[in-house]
Write a protein that binds this ligand. Structure first.
Ligand code: FES
Length: 273
């Protein structure tokens, strides 16, 4: 068993441009035995780094069911390290530590209608759950996906949308689309209008904290219990390794105790969303 705290070299197997500022990296640890043992839950993250540029936490974008061969990370160019990462090519090496955090345990969602709500680049950790659902790993569930984004340029995984919509219910809305956009325009909460969501649903939310307040209000209107609402507070993470204390919320550190929390466990913490 390898040490999750020790950086390991991973090779870029392929790269796909997802949006104007985001690339999807498919990576495999250079140590084949370690890659075979590699495993994670949707919602967990790794530290990705480059020598001399530091490291940053990035959530998994692929399904754990391929984790013995590879894993994928959607990396958005927002700073010096991610800028350097975005310049890399197929075959280049990066440092990987992890996986870290708790993630979404798919077993909890079995046999329940599943509602996934993603805002902006926060949508990434939902892709592994969708992939598992489509691969029939979550039997007897109904899947509804709600995805709000700024515009077409920042919309992720566009090539997969048609397939998702054939096998589940995909609802996409853009805040400021171009005149060519034929879909819905507005805020993510607009997608909930006239939408039937049953009260026994499990809801998983990933996105900016402000989105959570309004989406949770919509879910409560449909009598979904606080115990059945899961959210990722990954946006609150900075160092990702329990050092900087930026992610402290009430008695928890998001990077160590989360980033996934049940709403019932954190809703009484002041200014949590
Ligand atoms: S992100 Fe730094 S302590 Fe959690």
């Amino acid at each position: 068993m390898f040490n999750i705290y020790q950086p390991q070299k991973a090779k870029i197997i392929s790269l796909n441009t997802e949006s104007t500022d985001t690339k999807l990296f498919r990576l495999a640890l250079t140590d084949k035995k370690n890659q075979k043992e590699f495993n994670f839950l949707p919602g967990q993250f790794v530290q990705i780094g480059l020598p001399g540029w530091g490291e940053c936490p990035i959530s998994f974008a692929s399904s754990p069911h391929q984790s013995d061969k590879y894993f994928e990370l959607a990396i958005r160019k927002v700073g010096q390290l991610t800028g350097q990462l975005s310049e890399l090519k197929k075959g280049d090496l990066v440092d990987i530590r992890g996986p870290f955090g708790n993630g979404f345990d798919a077993d909890l969602f079995k046999d329940k209608p599943l509602v996934l709500v993603g805002g902006g680049c926060g949508f990434v950790p939902l892709r592994p759950l969708i992939m598992d659902y489509l691969a029939d790993k979550m039997e007897n569930t109904v899947l509804q996906i709600f995805y709000g984004c700024k515009n077409e340029d920042t919309l992720l995984f566009k090539k997969e949308h048609a397939s998702w919509n054939r096998q589940a219910e995909l609802n996409v809305i853009l805040e400021k689309p171009s005149s060519k956009w034929a879909g819905k325009k507005g805020l993510i909460t607009d997608l909930f209008k006239n939408r039937v969501i049953t009260s026994n649903s499990i809801a998983v939310l990933v996105g900016p904290p402000l989105m959570y307040r309004f989406v949770i209000a919509e879910l409560k209107k449909r009598q979904i219990t606080d115990e059945n609402i899961y959210l990722s507070l990954e946006k609150k993470m900075y160092c990702g390794v329990g050092v900087c204390q930026h992610c402290a919320i009430g008695p928890y550190y998001v990077c160590k105790d989360g980033p996934v929390f049940r709403w019932s466990d954190i809703k009484d913490i002041n200014n949590i969303i």
